[in-house]
Write a protein that binds this ligand. Structure first.
Ligand code: C2E
Ligand code: SIN
Ligand code: SIN
Ligand code: FE
Length: 387
């Protein structure tokens, strides 16, 4: 048995730990999972649901566990206990949910769960605005008490600022992505009818490979968003060259190679980290690991890791897609080519990561099968947070 004092100390430790853990995570989905897991531990209850207020649609949304899967649920802002807390800003502590007129049974029905006790507090940002609702459900023994209320409110204020940070970060990425994507499409639509697919492939392959190399999540995301701009410099290439249905002459190819320089120029001196990465990728995605590429003939680690990754993603996809100057290759042949060029064209470390995530790459490729299905926007995933 812990003494009262030890118990208090234990809780204090958990609280401090909570603040440290949640302030580090900037990916909203992960953050919400971490918050729920921690809160269950600290407050000794069976469930924790974080509802986020979507001001555009006036809904509260959340992720709920359902048959081992997390699904998004949405309900109108004024529904349920959570809705009442969001509307009034008051804490609500309930001993038997099914006796409450306001209780919304839909979620239980959906998840096959039985809610009994609920403690719900508003999530307020530093400005005091309500950004969501924090609910804990079914205390492991007895009812939620005043001490639990105090702790949940405290956890709520820590969680709220972490959630807001994550939202800001993701909104920023989303608007940047939209701009980037539009720019990239403008640049490439001339030479490929299936630009949207090629760009989606580049984006997803690059992120997968970066993940396979163990790059930090933030860098993976940055590369996911920056990589579609690799060929932005093609806007500067004349139709007669870019759209030529056959092989390029040597002078034409020299002209074509300038798309790397044009791209670097377009993206030079950007404020945002994303565009700085995009600039490196545009400049160096045709450099080769052994120093025989273009435009600068730099080699090895002189080439930005982002560019070394995109180079593999780009060549693999270019080979697997039809071009005005060549038919598409079978993915296995393209994969073999990537391996042949390991250490000459490509960084062996990147090729190794490519191999590691190849199943994932093939999955993305096979969704579109190198044919010209038009996918609106880049992927649904990029649009998933719509507040
Ligand atoms: P892209 O079509 O997006 O191709 C990107 C890169 O994929 C190429 O860079 C090359 O490394 C690889 N690649 C594509 N097709 C093949 C292929 O059939 N065999 C091999 N071994 N590799 C291939 P690269 O060569 O520096 O070309 C850059 C861009 O220049 C190409 O982008 C394309 O827009 C243009 N281009 C290159 N060769 C020709 C050509 O013969 N005719 C025309 N019209 N355009 C070309
Ligand atoms: C509600 O707020 O009424 C829904 C409670 C739940 O999370 O099941
Ligand atoms: C687009 O601008 O084509 C859509 C970008 C996105 O996925 O949000
Ligand atoms: Fe290129």
């Amino acid at each position: 048995m812990m003494t009262k004092e030890e118990e208090l100390q234990n809780r204090l430790n958990l609280l401090v730990q909570f603040g440290g853990v949640v302030s580090k995570e900037t990916h909203l989905d992960k953050l919400l999972e971490i918050i729920a897991a921690q809160v269950k531990k600290i407050l000794n209850c069976d469930r924790c649901t974080v509802f986020i207020l979507d001001r555009h649609t006036n809904e509260l949304w959340s992720k709920v566990a359902q048959k081992m899967q997390h699904n998004e649920i949405r309900m109108p802002f004024n529904r349920g206990i959570a809705g009442e807390v969001a509307a009034t800003g008051k804490t609500i502590n309930i001993r038997n949910a099914y006796e409450e007129a306001h209780f919304n049974q839909d979620i239980d029905r959906l998840t096959g769960y039985h809610t009994k006790t609920i403690l719900a507090v508003p999530l307020k940002n530093v400005g005091g605005h309500i950004i969501g609702v924090f609910e804990i459900i079914n205390k492991n023994n007895g009812y939620f008490n005043e001490e639990d209320e105090g702790i949940l409110q405290l956890l709520g204020s820590l969680a709220a600022s972490a959630i807001e940070n994550a939202q800001l970060y993701e909104n920023l990425s989303k608007s940047q992505l939209e701009t980037i994507y539009r720019l990239a499409i403008t640049a490439e639509y001339r030479d490929q009818q299936d630009t949207a697919i090629h760009l989606k492939h580049i984006s997803e392959y690059s992120a997968l490979i970066a993940q396979g190399m163990g790059l930090p999540e933030k860098e993976v995301e940055n590369l996911r968003y920056a990589s579609p701009l690799h060929d932005i410099g093609k806007v500067g290439i004349a139709d007669a060259i870019l759209l030529k249905p056959g092989k390029l002459t040597a002078p034409e190819y020299d002209e074509m190679k300038k798309h790397t320089l044009y791209g670097a120029k377009i993206l030079a001196n950007a404020e945002s980290l994303l565009l700085q990465i995009a600039c490196k990728v545009a400049a160096s995605h045709h450099e080769k690991f052994n120093g025989t590429g273009y435009p600068s003939k730099i080699k090895g680690e002189e080439i930005s890791i982002y560019a070394r990754i995109v180079s593999v993603a780009d060549v693999f996809d270019a080979l697997c897609m039809p071009r005005v100057y060549k038919p598409k290759w079978d993915p296995e042949k393209a994969r073999a080519y990537i391996h042949e060029e390991s250490g000459t064209s490509f960084d062996p470390g990147v090729v190794e990561a490519f191999e590691k995530v190849y199943a994932g790459i093939l999955k993305i490729y096979s969704i579109t099968d190198g044919k010209t299905t038009i996918i609106p926007g880049i992927t649904k995933e990029f649009n998933r947070h719509t507040y």
